[in-house]
Design a binder for this molecule. Structure first.
Ligand code: URA
Length: 425
């Protein structure tokens, strides 16, 4: 077997054989296939696609490239969720302790942000002392004790995906449905969760810009999970505008704590509860009431224990940026657009995200929104506050907002569009 014949086959739109797929994933993980060869195959796949049989085999090969975790010793059913990535998407922070408070074990292996989308680990690292790297034994102990854990995937889990994802990120080959589906599902299946809810984002701030692509991605992932014995469902959710009123690490932690305290923006609460209900149903705990667990403080109690178990101080003040800059409404009318991609890019330029994997992020950088699409605004009223430790980043961050904030003088106030657009099971 050799890499060139596999690349040529996909270039010429042939179906890859099981042997070709098994070999190329294994040889790439071992370093026998070079990055430039794999990136050529990733581009051929992005352009020519894969059928369901190829995607299933590709996913299995990525799972087999590393270890599989085992949570069968836990007394609670396991439930996990995965988001395909968005702007202001802090949902894992309130969701994991909430679902644990309702009786499930939530083993949430999360990632860091890259590009304009934020990463859950970067958000939690804004909490003084909190650490993302746990051994498998530590993870199991926290799951047994607290019921939820959010941490980085260990090096042994789907190493083929770790290499391939980093390569796709720098070769313009992220936005491929077969590659995204196999990347996400190989990690989730290897992680060993019993059930999984996928939050597939749709809109300008998401990898999937339209509903048809999001449906296809969701259906592909649901089928992969089901075929591997993981009860899997998906919600397609709106990412045309950021979730909640914050984008940026410490800002999003603050907003998540507001949700756990029984407050917080309506869209964040709505999506947290919708995903919690899906997870609890899939875990066989459909009688639990997540709204009650938010209201009675039990979700907050789990949050505090979860943060402490990973070295964090839930009472420590969160970092505050050195510089704040307000963007005011240029005219009166209805705010019709607050574009998720523009806000995500601007927050990233302020320092909330990283350009290269090894870059640090500024925990306090980001954007606060003072209005949402559909709201009536007056000329001169604050619309956004930009936070950064490095004011020389402001001009580029402001430029990213060009065209992303639109006010219509004659429009009528509108109710916000639904957060959950569709369910796929
Ligand atoms: N998240 C992943 O884990 N992989 C992808 O390919 C895209 C989003």
């Amino acid at each position: 077997m050799d890499a060139i014949s596999v690349i040529r086959a996909k270039r010429d739109r042939a179906e890859l054989t099981d042997d070709q797929i098994d070999w190329i994933i294994d040889a790439y993980t071992r370093g026998e296939v070079a990055d430039e060869q794999m990136s050529s195959l990733a581009m051929a796949t992005l352009l020519n696609g894969m059928n369901r049989k190829e995607i299933a085999r590709w996913t299995a090969a990525m799972i087999n490239s590393g270890e599989r975790m085992d949570f069968s010793s836990l007394s609670r059913p396991t439930a996990d969720k995965h988001s395909t990535g968005g702007v202001g998407d802090k949902i894992t922070l309130p969701l994991a302790p909430l679902v644990a408070a309702c009786g499930a074990a939530v083993p949430q292996l999360s990632g860091r942000g890259l590009g304009h989308t934020g990463g859950t680990l970067d958000k939690l690292e804004a909490i003084p002392g909190w650490r993302a790297d746990l051994t498998n034994d530590e993870m199991l102990a926290i799951l047994g004790d607290v019921g939820s854990v959010v941490c980085a995937a260990g090096a042994g889990l789907a190493p083929a995906d770790k290499k391939l994802y980093a390569l796709r990120d720098v070769t313009g080959t992220v936005e491929s449905i077969p590659l995204i589906a196999s990347s996400i599902m190989s990690k989730k299946i290897a992680e060993g969760t019993g059930s999984l809810v996928l939050d597939v984002k749709v809109g300008s701030g998401a990898f999937m810009k339209n509903l048809d692509d999001a449906r296809e991605l969701a259906a592909t992932m649901v089928e992969l999970g089901t075929d591997h014995g993981v009860r899997t469902t998906a919600l397609l959710t709106n990412m045309a505008t950021p979730l909640g009123l914050t984008a940026g690490n410490a800002l999003e932690v603050r907003e998540s704590v507001e949700v756990l305290a029984g407050g917080g923006p309506a869209d964040v609460v709505e999506l947290t509860l919708a995903l919690a209900r899906e997870m609890l149903d899939a875990a066989g705990l459909g009688d639990a009431d997540p709204a009650k667990a938010l209201a009675d403080g039990s979700a907050m109690d789990h949050w505090r224990r979860m943060i402490q178990a990973q070295g964090g101080d839930p009472d420590a003040p969160l970092p505050v940026a050195r510089e704040q800059h307000t963007v005011n409404a240029s005219s009166s009318g209805i705010l019709t657009t607050l574009d998720a991609y523009a806000i995500g890019l601007s927050a990233w330029r302020l320092g909330a995200g990283r350009a290269r994997k090894e870059d640090p992020v500024q925990p306090a950088a980001g954007i606060e929104l003072h209005a949402k699409p559909g709201d009536a605004v007056q000329a001169g009223q604050p619309l956004l506050t930009l936070h950064t430790d490095t004011p020389d980043r402001l001009p580029a961050a402001l430029e990213a907002l060009d065209g992303g904030v639109l006010i219509a003088p004659d429009a009528a106030p509108a109710t916000p569009p639904p957060v959950v657009l569709e369910r796929i099971a």
